[in-house]
Design a protein around this ligand. Structure first.
Ligand SMILES: O=C(O)CCC(=O)C(=O)O
Ligand SMILES: [Fe+2]
Length: 306
């Protein structure tokens, strides 16, 4: 599926979501280059910088500060509303999760400037919220387990970087395929480079769309500027969410969505009374199709009992 959208200067941007899907299935992430235009990145930075100046001055020793929930900041709300309802992001999220996408949390994270000696330092290898791989990761049999054909996509992180990601600003590090295998990183190696890691040296405005089972880490920032990114964390409808939904900006989005009967925007903020019933019907269709396609053979115990 090709998806057309319009950049700020009116140019048509064509995004092939099927190619992104193939990449996402294989690697556990995909990069949408030029997701934000240069002007949009500038607009974000100009809006965020004064907030981060304040946040860093009162939290000078913190490794990371956040503006969250972004939709709760009146001055940033127009920008945040546009970003959280971006149709490329929502279309792709529906491709990977189905029409059951809910917001968990929307924030901007900022990282202070570190000393040069910390160049290429791994922040911390982790899998994001709602992953299930970590549940049994210490089980003794896990090292011998084969890759799974798929893992439930319970959540996705849409990380939009607001500066070029270089050795200085600290690229996102990922372990391709770790959403399907049982790669385990012991505590002693959580801050060390990994033999299978890939460093994503993307340009400002790129959006990295991840699977919540993907192992990844940030890299410390030794550039001359703050390092920051927008993170829209999406989860399956009905999962607990960190952002409150009773914010003026969200209520406005809901009101507009009700007017145009836009169910996916309503679902994004936890509203869909008919969700379960509709999902049950789609399960039924699939199960009926499977039953119809069962061939009767002698080895089929159900058939031989008859
Ligand atoms: O620092 C980064 O680039 C990634 C941050 C991250 O993994 C997260 O917020 O969960
Ligand atoms: Fe993460």
């Amino acid at each position: 599926m090709d998806k057309a959208s319009y950049g700020n200067s009116g140019e048509v941007i064509i995004v092939n979501l099927q190619n992104h899907l193939l990449e996402y299935k294989k690697d556990g992430y995909t990069v949408f280059h030029d997701y934000l235009t240069v002007e949009e990145v500038q607009e974000c930075c100009q809006a965020m910088d004064p907030q981060f100046d304040t946040l860093f001055s009162v939290n000078s020793n913190k490794p990371r500060v956040k503006i969250v929930p972004l939709l709760g900041y009146e001055k940033l709300a127009p920008l945040a509303k546009k970003h959280v309802t971006n149709s490329i992001m929502l279309d792709f999220a529906e491709l990977v999760m189905g029409p059951c996408v809910q917001l968990d949390s929307f924030e901007v994270s900022g990282f202070p400037i570190r000393e040069l000696g910390l160049t290429d330092s791994v922040d911390l290898w982790h899998r994001d919220a709602f992953n299930v791989t970590q549940t049994w990761i210490d089980h003794p049999l896990f090292s011998s387990k084969k890759r799974r054909p798929c893992t439930p996509r319970l959540a996705c992180n849409c990380l939009t970087y607001l500066q070029d990601m270089t050795a200085e600003s600290g690229p996102l590090r990922v372990i391709p395929g770790s959403h399907l295998d049982y790669t385990r990183i012991p505590e002693s190696a959580e801050r060390r480079v990994h033999v299978r890691e890939r460093l994503l040296d993307v340009k400002a405005g790129a959006m990295v769309f991840t699977h919540n089972e993907l192992l990844h880490s940030g890299t410390w920032n030794v550039s001359e500027h703050y390092r920051y990114f927008l993170s829209v964390y999406l989860c399956r409808f009905g999962l607990p969410h960190r952002d409150p939904f009773d914010l003026a900006a969200i209520e406005q989005l809901q009101k507009d969505a009700r007017c145009r009967n836009d169910r996916r925007v309503l679902r994004l903020f936890g509203e869909d009374e008919e969700f379960m019933e509709r999902e049950e019907i789609s399960w039924q269709t699939m199960a009926e199709e499977d039953r119809r396609n069962v061939r009767s053979t002698n080895s089929n115990s159900e058939t031989s009992l008859k």
